[in-house]
Design a protein around this ligand. Sequence first.
Ligand SMILES: [Zn+2]
Length: 269
Amino acid sequence: MNRFKHLYIYMLSRKVDYNSILTYLSGTINCNIERRGADVLYKHYLGDVVKMYAKCRVNDVFRDLLREDAYSNSSIEDDIEEGYEQSMPSEHLQSKPNTVYDGFCLQSIYSNMICGEESSLDHVHIIITDMLIATYNEEDMRYHLNTVVLGYPSIVSTTGIVEAPAKPKEFYTLYYYYLSQGVTVSIDELKSIFKDVILEHDDPRLTDIVKGYVMQAVFYSILKDVPFCDEKRCILYNAHWQDEVIEAHIRYGGLCQRHREVLDEFNRL
Ligand SMILES: [Zn+2]
């Protein structure tokens, strides 16, 4: 078990209630917890951050950015000139909807931004962002959207929480049933029917769900391994469906017995 001493939460998202998240973490984890903004993260990199984010944009889901060494892409300068990242101050940089960023590329950039004294196992860094992130899967040779990218640092994506897990099968079944009957139904109408089991970008439940994904990153640092749990009611369950996310993080919103004991031991040490 890695008994780390410091937990830093970088608040780059505009969608969640950070006071609520910090209150939850302070009451759950026995360590020094520090809230940080983009200014701390970007401190020495403000002039470069626009270019760095632009390099992590995934323009083709079948092209592995890191393997193809995006850093040497000579056309990136022209791309940035026309890119939306250029139009906003770096410290307030927000992603455009539906733009996807390479999670490992972002992780590499953030890792370089963290100062040397805070890069030991004693220090855990978690970034909460609205950027839509994806990682390349070697097996089917394409990108897949992520809710969280675990590592150093870990990245939790609020947009990924809405976009990465699929809506319930019944949502698609009903949609195609209406289509087959020649009935016109809007996506908004369908969403209102399924509102208890699907997530939206302005969903007030996002704050509580982010707490669970932050805990996945915390457990990754405690266990020094992927922490996913088989118990569907545990916040460490690796949900692939939106109703599973709501089940684990909203209806139950806690740890299973086994992981509760791990956290209790961590807090006692
Ligand atoms: Zn568990």
